[in-house]
Design a binder for this molecule. Structure first.
Ligand SMILES: *Cc1c(COP(=O)(O)O)cnc(C)c1O
Length: 378
């Protein structure tokens, strides 16, 4: 596959971030047109996007719905939380990072009562404690968890959690923002009622909207629960089903790019092939960073292949700002850390990047450390 960002005239920085990410030239080119939001071609394109999304989730249109919601990923989460929680019901939020905490914050702004199971950012949740919490509190209607906690790169065991939630007879909501499209996942097997993901992460589209997959039975039972007009998940689905149109102006260009991105995901060999490419990127990254002398924040058994948190070197001359700036000047964007109890920065393995890009980044990191006169003890 081509490293499009190296083609003459397309020399953008390579994004080693959690998103927005480096996209293919053809994904960007798909936006170079005008198309009306009520055009038959656009309606067909949206229909095909929604069909492909269900396929990626391993489910069929007979019992699942694919909904497109304007706004970034967080808007999709807010749409699910604000439109599927019954009045006076509680939301159990399983937290082991900043994105889990964000779900709890959204609920609290909406004045939805939460029960929190808050775990350290380097640990997986305790399944028994989740089961006990559910059996002790009948008022909990829904359980929310993040799949890949982008704070650290830890991947939560959603299938095991889904089984616990199903045994307790509650709804299950998964924030699969940074995993969908790159970590194989089947909504039915994981007992997921609602899943939200991003279009500018592992599917390699451009920002502009979020996607929600819902089990129809759950979605249809949420009639009357919406606390927002524009973020009303059920109304948005009904609109798309009725005439294939959006209730309010859709991000037409981002949708055209996303359609192309879905075609390219299929051409690459689907989720399994993309997972393999990202896994190779991650392996090359970790091996190279360790050789330089960097240390990952997570234990290897908890670390996923999407994004990796590395600890700051203890060298007195290291500052992240300077490290970031020098790498940026060389054409590489990395990302600040989000871990609350340790100084870390993050490097993503996702987007249209390949092992050769990772090798180039590692060389740039070595040069940058030389410029900063930092010797690492490797
Ligand atoms: C990226 C991300 C989000 C949403 O971020 P937006 O900036 O709103 O797109 C939410 N949860 C997780 C786990 C993420 O990685």
């Amino acid at each position: 596959m081509e490293r499009d960002h190296q083609i003459a005239g397309w020399r953008d920085k390579v994004l080693f971030t959690p998103g927005p990410l480096t996209t293919s030239r053809t994904v960007k080119q798909a936006m170079l047109r005008d198309l009306g939001s009520r055009d038959y071609e656009f309606i067909d394109l949206v229909r095909d996007i929604r069909r492909r999304l269900l396929e990626l989730g391993g489910v069929a249109e007979s019992d699942h719905a694919a909904i497109i919601m304007q706004g970034s990923g967080t808007f999709g989460i807010e749409a699910v939380v604000s439109s599927t929680m019954p009045p006076a019901a509680k939301l159990l939020v399983i937290i082991n990072g900043a994105y889990g905490r964000r779900i709890a914050k959204i609920a609290s702004v909406l004045k939805i009562e939460t029960v929190l199971l808050d775990y350290p950012e380097d640990s997986k949740p305790d399944l028994e404690e989740i089961a006990d919490t559910l059996s002790a509190d009948e008022g909990i209607a829904q359980v929310a968890v993040v799949h890949c906690e982008t704070t650290t790169g830890l991947v939560n065991p959603i299938q095991e959690i889904g089984a616990v939630v199903e045994r307790a007879g509650r709804r299950f909501f998964v924030d699969a923002m940074s995993s969908f499209g790159a970590i194989p996942l089947n909504l039915a097997e994981c007992r997921i009622d609602y899943l939200v993901s991003s279009v500018n992460k592992c599917i390699e589209g451009v920002p502009g909207f979020s996607i929600a997959l819902a089990r129809k039975e759950a979605l249809l039972s949420s009639e009357g629960y919406a606390r927002s007009l524009s973020l009303d998940l059920l109304a948005q689905w009904k609109g798309l089903e009725a005439n294939g149109q959006f209730r309010f102006t859709p991000p037409v260009h981002a949708l055209m790019a996303f359609h192309q991105a879905l075609i390219e995901l299929e051409e690459e060999g689907g989720v399994e092939a993309r997972a393999a490419r990202y896994r190779d990127n991650h392996r090359a990254l970790v091996a190279g960073m360790r050789a330089i002398g960097f240390q990952e924040y997570l234990r290897p058994e908890d670390q996923g292949y999407i994004i990796t948190s590395f600890r700051y070197p203890s060298h007195p001359r290291f500052t992240f700002e300077e490290f970031y700036r020098l790498l940026n000047e060389k054409g590489y964007a990395i990302y600040p850390g989000k871990v609350s109890k340790a100084d870390c920065f993050r490097i993503g393995s996702i987007g249209r990047i390949f092992q050769a890009d990772v090798r180039d980044l590692l060389a740039a990191i070595r040069d940058t450390l030389d410029e900063m006169d930092i010797q690492m003890n490797s």
